[in-house]
Design a protein around this ligand. Structure first.
Ligand SMILES: *[C@@H]1O[C@H](CO)[C@@H](O)[C@H](O)[C@H]1NC(C)=O
Ligand SMILES: *[C@@H]1O[C@H](CO)[C@@H](O)[C@H](O)[C@H]1NC(C)=O
Ligand SMILES: *[C@@H]1O[C@H](CO)[C@@H](O)[C@H](O)[C@H]1NC(C)=O
Length: 304
């Protein structure tokens, strides 16, 4: 408005024009100074700007990493749920769906390593997050876990797993903690055990796993488990020397040697809520981990 009025009040001689230009520069300068955050955001490259959902630059940013394959209807429920849950806590976050696009067996840990490498520049901590586990209790705080990795889906509240050293489901880790233990092992193709191995990594690094406090809900009502076990088959096969190797602590593999190709990334909106999908091809060295493909087919779903 101001600018129009100034322009209309003048007949534009060249000296007057200079005055107007100086005036405009001053006004624009004030405008930008009043909006430092947006100004900085504008300077970021496009993909980064789209991924950041907070206007509060001082707050730690959370990358929600969701290892993923063929769970489309679960994703449709997960995304809107997590947006409202985390917005209530005012957590600056973005969701990364790390989708495995190859013929190997599912490798949850390697996908988390890839998601970490992709997001670590812009995010201070990560949640390794199952897509089928929805937090229902607002006292489950997804804050920056400065004191040690925070296991959100504790054995006391997880619908299914109740052993003391369980850290699967949902775990928050800072970028520094994750780097300290060299991320997760890349040896776990097929379902299970990668989180138990990660527990030993944390323990060896003297990191104390924390659990949420002030939780009065239990195994039935802290999480909504949307995994449909009647037709979802878990790949429980063990082939070659998998059983033997995956029961041992892996001191070799991790962030530094996860072998993959990032084919492309997409911004996908669910109910207007953006998530980033990473299409990842994991590359298997069959000399080291021949069990990334088992000869026998997957058996019928285990009823448990
Ligand atoms: C979501 O992504 C679209 C397209 O990539 C973009 O135009 C839009 O601004 C994004 N929305 C938000 C809220 O970031
Ligand atoms: C962990 O703590 C133990 C006992 O306090 C100590 O001996 C060990 O060196 C520590 N390990 C690391 C990696 O800091
Ligand atoms: C503990 O839980 C109660 C009930 O959900 C809540 O009102 C209270 O604010 C919580 N206290 C803390 C310290 O989080």
């Amino acid at each position: 408005m101001n600018r129009r009025i100034i322009f209309m009040g003048y007949s534009l001689s060249s000296s007057k024009c200079l005055g107007i230009c100086l005036m405009l520069t001053f006004v624009m300068g004030c405008y930008l100074a009043a909006l430092p955050i947006q100004y900085e955001r504008e300077a970021l490259p496009n993909p980064v700007r789209q991924r950041i959902t907070s206007l509060e630059p001082s707050k730690k940013r959370l990358a929600v990493l969701v290892p993923f394959r063929d769970r489309f209807e679960e994703l449709l429920e997960f995304v809107p749920h997590m947006y409202s849950f985390l917005n209530r806590q005012k957590i600056p976050f973005h969701i990364f769906i790390v989708q495995q696009k190859d013929n190997n067996r599912f490798n949850r840990a390697s996908l988390i390593n890839v998601g970490f490498i992709y997001s670590k520049k812009d995010y201070d901590y990560l949640a390794m997050h199952d897509v089928d586990l929805l937090p229902m209790n607002d006292n489950l705080k997804y804050d920056y876990p400065a004191a040690g990795p925070m296991h959100i889906s504790s054995p006391k509240t997880h619908p299914k797993y109740h052993y003391d050293t369980f850290i699967g489901g949902i775990l928050l880790v800072t970028r520094e903690q994750y780097e300290l233990v060299n991320g997760m092992s890349n040896n776990y193709w097929g379902w299970g055990l990668e989180d138990d191995e990660f527990y030993v990594r944390l323990k060896d690094a003297n990191l104390t796993v924390m659990r949420p406090s002030n939780i009065s809900t239990g195994i039935d009502n802290t999480f909504k488990h949307i995994h449909d076990k009647t037709y979802r088959k878990r790949d429980m096969r063990k082939c070659y020397n998998q059983r033997e190797v995956t029961r041992r602590r892996d001191r070799e593999t991790g962030i530094h040697d996860v072998s993959y190709k990032l084919h492309n990334t997409h911004t996908v909106a669910v109910d207007g809520l953006n998530v980033t999908v990473l299409n990842v091809e994991l590359i298997c060295d069959k000399n080291k981990t021949p069990w990334c493909q088992c000869p026998e087919p997957i058996k019928a779903a285990k009823k448990n």
